[in-house]
Design a protein around this ligand. Structure first.
Ligand code: SF4
Ligand code: SF4
Length: 785
């Protein structure tokens, strides 16, 4: 015989249990409609698998559990689904919930089902899954899904399995009758649960006011191989509370904020063990339960086996309700139950009692008086709380303090309110406070989630921006590197050309020498021809002079061709094309780079594509630049190097005669413009100080303009002289070249306008001749300009 301990507080209200235990468990009539809420348990609601119009069979799965903590729902009888909508559900809140409504067909046809022949032969996980699929949840009141308590994971070792058979609340006798009539189901269910949990001890806690049930269980236990202790505890409310029963049977207190499993204890209600038995041995899901229908307003109080979804009205009718006597309809017991005003509410898995009370039986609560701080509530509280303090905190909306005083350890047993001389509905205050705290916590949780999401998004954006910036910098560094490489590649041939130019004889001198030699040759040829024609004397000397002149001319030509740079492949036109192509490629690259930067800054789509385009264009620009650099002649590079730049006036070097004439001409033009501007500014000067400063600038610019002009004239004169030596009037040659060019332009315009074929052919012929002349003139001119 195991020892019985005690718990703090508790009360002894009138039991009122005998009324409903006189008759055996009856069978509730089959109603026309069953209303099945999708949430009959703690956790997530089940999800309907049927639709309106579907025919269903008894035991058919109609809603599947969603998530770990949830329970399946099955059709309690055969019929047709006629509605899936929100209906009033049995809940303290009075709210409605999603329900599947089945119109019963009266045939009560089962779906094909069978139990597990040898549950010990299958995997424990498979067995637990079978229990989950049977939709079993705690039937003692809370409705926690049973499979969750049977599969606690490796972190929980179960030492003690406690079967709660206390049924301490007045009026309720459903468990009592179940134990009296079906003890083998309870013991069979315990065996299955024990097989899954492997506890060291199995204790059944039962109040001493259930003699018949105790006897029935004791008889059934004799046929069981397990060592089960039936512990009879004194009748005291609320000994059936989970924590109170654990204290009674083991003297262990479950710490605040913990669950029994944390200290190696699992509690199951006797009704739940019976449901587990039927599910495993018979293959029957949870579709019915025993409900105590009692109260003075029914003529025949009793316990009924009721299909889930049966409306209360149907049960009251079955127990012969006296409507005129009904004052209050209570769902559950008088201490923890909820008053309902709608008899269409259906029975669910946790409905254990329905009290149809008369006015005398449950008179309306007298008006609440002020708390007199008598402390009786504290003495009655089985959870060792300070109900009076909790009341003040709840009333004053000081929820933090209420929480700090372990409000959530309150099991809402109502013992405090029962003893309160001021008739204060204390439990209502606690329920209100709990609900407010839960709402606040939910809001806080939502806000936390929103904040976390925002912070995560912000972090992601920052990270992406940093990555973009790093990539951009890398690309910029790469582009700079490529630019450097291009510059180095371009500088190399220039350096080589400069070196070659330094080492090689002056091209212009060679040209001049060749032209002079050609002129002398011409003269010698002319003299020889005239002498030969006139049969003059000295022909032999003239012939020798001619040969010498020819030899010199050939040598000069050879020297010129050896010193001249190799013409670029394809000539000037191609060079221009390459230059244009390089510039176009650079422009395209710049545009693509701008588009990429814009897209990255604004986080637009298609960045990868743009990046690929930029890379491709970078390559093309590189190639175009290389092609241009390679095609550029060495002297062009030298020209570029020596070309005047828009540098500050004072830094400009004095013009040297060796400089390119074109560059010098340009420099003269720039200096002229600057000088004009400076003179205009000087005229507009208002103060003496400003005037003197500007005058200095004008003088300086004039000096440099004169120097540039002198340098240009010097170069120009040198060219004229060189040309003259070759018998060429450079001025006239330029005029002729310009006229030849004008003639071509004119001819091209005429060709565009010409309509007749003859006319076109004529103009084309003239154009060819003009082009040839122009080429010839420019070729000669290019030797000096
Ligand atoms: S029993 Fe009622 S009156 Fe007495 S202390 Fe508690 S709340 Fe106040
Ligand atoms: S309702 Fe709460 S505070 Fe009141 S006696 Fe029960 S456990 Fe204690």
């Amino acid at each position: 015989m195991s020892q019985v301990f005690s718990f703090h507080g508790g009360i002894h209200p009138p039991e009122n249990k005998k009324q409903s235990t006189r008759a055996p468990i009856g069978k509730a009539p089959l109603p026309k409609q069953l209303v099945l809420p999708m949430q009959q348990h703690i956790g997530g609601p089940a999800d309907p698998l049927v639709k309106v119009g579907d025919s269903v069979l008894k035991g058919q799965l109609i809603a599947e559990p969603i998530g770990r903590i949830s329970a399946a729902v099955h059709a309690p009888t055969s019929g047709k689904v006629v509605d899936i909508a929100h209906y009033p559900i049995p809940h303290a809140s009075g709210l409605s919930g999603e329900c599947v409504v089945i119109e019963t067909d009266g045939e009560d046809r089962w779906i094909e089902h069978e139990g597990i022949a040898d549950y010990k032969a299958i995997e424990r996980a498979q067995l637990t899954e079978h229990i989950r699929a049977s939709g079993i949840s705690g039937m003692g009141g809370a409705g926690f899904p049973t499979d969750v308590k049977l599969h606690l994971g490796d972190n929980h070792i179960v030492n003690t399995l406690i079967i709660n058979a206390a049924e301490c609340e007045p009026y309720i006798t459903a468990d009592d009758m179940l134990m009296r009539e079906r003890p083998h189901e309870i013991i069979g269910g315990i065996e299955i649960i024990a097989h899954l949990l492997r506890p060291s001890h199995i204790l059944i806690g039962i109040e001493d006011n259930k003699t018949n049930a105790i006897h029935a269980l004791e008889a059934a236990v004799k046929h069981c191989d397990l060592n089960i202790d039936i512990i009879v505890v004194p009748t005291k409310y609320p000994s059936g509370g989970e924590r109170q029963l654990i204290k009674l049977l083991t003297d262990i207190e479950v710490p605040a904020g913990k669950i029994p499993a944390d200290i190696g204890i699992v509690c199951q209600n006797v009704g739940t063990t019976s449901a587990v038995y039927r599910a495993v041995h018979k293959g029957e899901p949870l579709i019915s339960r025993i409900v105590t229908v009692t109260g003075d307003a029914v003529r025949h109080p009793k316990n009924l086996e009721v299909l889930l979804g049966t409306p209360f009205s149907s049960l009251l009718e079955a127990c012969d309700l006296r409507p005129e006597a009904l004052s209050r309809l209570v769902m559950g017991g008088p201490m923890m139950g909820v008053t309902v005003d709608n008899d269409r509410i259906p029975v669910i898995k946790t409905t254990n009692c329905l009290i149809a009370a008369t006015k005398q039986e449950m008179p309306p609560a007298p008006p609440a008086q002020a708390c007199i701080r008598c402390g009786m509530c504290e003495q009655a509280c089985p959870a060792d709380l300070l109900p009076q303090q909790l009341y003040w905190f709840s009333k004053g909306r000081e929820f933090d303090k209420a929480k700090h005083h372990n409000l959530f350890d309150c099991i809402e047993c109502g013992a405090c309110a029962y003893v309160c001389p001021s008739n204060i509905p204390l439990v209502q205050y606690y329920r209100f406070a709990k609900s407010e705290i839960r709402t606040e916590e939910r809001e806080q949780q939502k806000a936390d989630h929103a904040r976390e999401r925002f912070e995560a998004r912000q972090a992601r954006l920052d990270r992406e921006a940093a990555e973009k910036e790093a990539k951009r910098k890398a690309r910029a560094a790469e582009a700079a590197k490529a630019q450097e490489a291009r510059k180095a590649a371009a500088a190399k041939p220039k350096e080589e050309a400069a070196a070659t130019a330094t080492a090689a004889p002056d091209i212009k001198q060679l040209k001049t020498a060749a032209a002079v030699a050609r002129t002398k040759l011409k003269k010698a040829q002319k003299a020889f021809d005239e002498a030969a024609a006139g049969n003059s004397e000295g022909l032999a000397e003239l012939e020798q002079a001619l040969n010498e002149a020819r030899l010199k001319a050939e040598e000069a030509e050879k020297a010129l061709s050896a010193g001249s740079p190799a013409p670029a492949e394809g000539g000037d036109a191609e060079l221009k094309q390459l230059k244009v192509a390089a510039a176009v490629a650079r422009t395209k690259l710049k545009k693509a780079q701008d588009a990429l930067k814009n897209a990255e800054d604004k986080g637009l789509e298609g960045i990868d594509k743009l990046r690929a385009t930029v890379e491709a264009l970078e390559q093309k620009a590189d190639e175009a630049q290389k092609a241009f650099d390679a095609a550029q002649p060495a002297d062009a590079a030298a020209k570029q190097e020596s070309a005047p730049k828009e540098t500050p006036a004072k830094a400009e070097p004095a013009a040297e005669p060796a400089l390119d004439a074109k560059a010098l001409k340009q420099q003269v033009s720039i200096m002229r413009t600057k000088l004009k501007k400076a003179e205009t500014a000087l005229e507009a000067a208002e103060s003496d100080e400003e005037r003197s400063s500007l005058q200095a600038d004008v003088d300086d610019l004039k000096k440099r303009f004169d120097e540039a002009t002198e340098a240009f004239n010097k170069v120009e004169k040198a060219k004229m002289d060189a040309a003259a030596q070759a018998g060429i009037d450079l001025k006239q040659l330029r005029i002729d070249a310009a006229m030849a060019k004008a003639a071509i332009t004119k001819g091209e315009r005429a060709l565009k306008k010409a309509e007749a074929d003859d006319e076109r052919a004529q103009i084309e012929q003239e154009l060819v001749a003009a082009q040839a002349k122009s080429d010839e003139l420019h070729k000669t001119l290019s030797q000096y300009d």
